[in-house]
Write a protein that binds this ligand. Structure first.
Ligand code: ADP
Ligand code: MG
Length: 253
């Protein structure tokens, strides 16, 4: 059974249609990369998958059950979401913030196990040393890793991330991508939007390319990330090096 199934989903903002009849499946423990130009509907798709947005037409299923049939608590335990451009609550410490990822599991107050899970999540993103810092003192990349840690602290079965590596330097980009790949080994399903096409090629099992709110192409990275497709999707020339699993953008080619 697919961990995530999106069936005939259309999303509108007022009269404006942002997603058109989107249909996709992600298997348990698979890594799906969502690519596409700015405004193509990536964030809208991710927000629909985690239930922040409700489609006007169609439905999203998690483990075979429609999103609307889950209680909020059940859903919060299964899904982790790392949004883009989250506001910082300045005076919280990193540990306090990451602990909020344990909320779906606590009844009264945090227990020892919650602190352990929070610290373990910080270790996973190499941010353990930041635990006592307040959020306002973090660099953009440090904060991004801490937001990912908060999602991991909730032990999600499905982790959805919106451009998680956009603020990170090359080393941390690779660390986060390796870490996400490692999660799929623990049968966690990962869905992530991204702009780095080489990373999509190297890390994803499956790529969905959006254009104008529709799925333009979907399949294995080597099927979707072709020079023809990418030129049509982004309107720029690209060069694909399949033997290196690498892609460069270059209008001079
Ligand atoms: P992407 O993440 O691929 O850049 P988005 O999903 O954020 O794209 O946006 C897709 C389209 O939907 C854009 O044209 C955007 O302006 C529109 N849109 C997104 N959110 C809203 C909203 N809350 N209200 C109105 N329009 C929106
Ligand atoms: Mg977006």
């Amino acid at each position: 059974m697919a961990a995530i199934r999106v069936r005939g989903v259309s999303v509108y903002f007022g009269g404006f249609q942002t997603l058109r009849s989107v249909e996709l499946e992600v298997g348990e423990g698979e890594f799906l990369a969502v690519i596409g130009p700015n405004g193509s509907g990536k964030t809208t798709l991710l927000r629909t998958i985690v239930g922040v947005l409700r489609p006007r037409v169609g439905a999203v299923y998690i483990d075979g059950k429609e999103l609307q049939e889950y209680s909020r608590l059940e859903l919060a335990r299964r899904l982790g979401y790392v949004p883009q451009g989250l506001e910082r609550q300045k005076f919280l410490t990193v540990l306090e913030f990451v602990l909020t990822g344990r909320r779906p599991y606590i009844s009264f107050d945090y227990a020892r196990v919650d602190y352990e899970k929070a610290m373990e999540a910080l270790r996973r993103v190499n941010a353990e040393h930041l635990a006592a810092r307040t959020l306002d003192t973090l660099s953009g990349g440090e904060f991004q890793r801490v937001v990912i840690a908060r999602a991991l602290a909730g032990e999600p079965e499905v982790l959805v991330l919106d451009e998680p590596t956009s603020n990170l330097d090359p080393r941390f980009q690779l660390e986060i991508m390796d870490m996400l790949r490692g999660l799929t080994g623990d049968r966690i399903t990962v869905v992530s939007s991204m702009h780095d096409l080489t990373q999509a090629y190297r890390y994803a099992d499956k790529v969905v390319a959006l254009k104008g709110g529709q799925i333009y192409a979907m399949g294995r990275p080597e099927e979707v990330l072709t020079e023809d497709n990418l030129q049509r999707i982004y309107g720029v020339k690209v060069k694909v090096f399949p033997e290196h699993r690498a892609i460069i953008l270059d209008n001079s080619l």
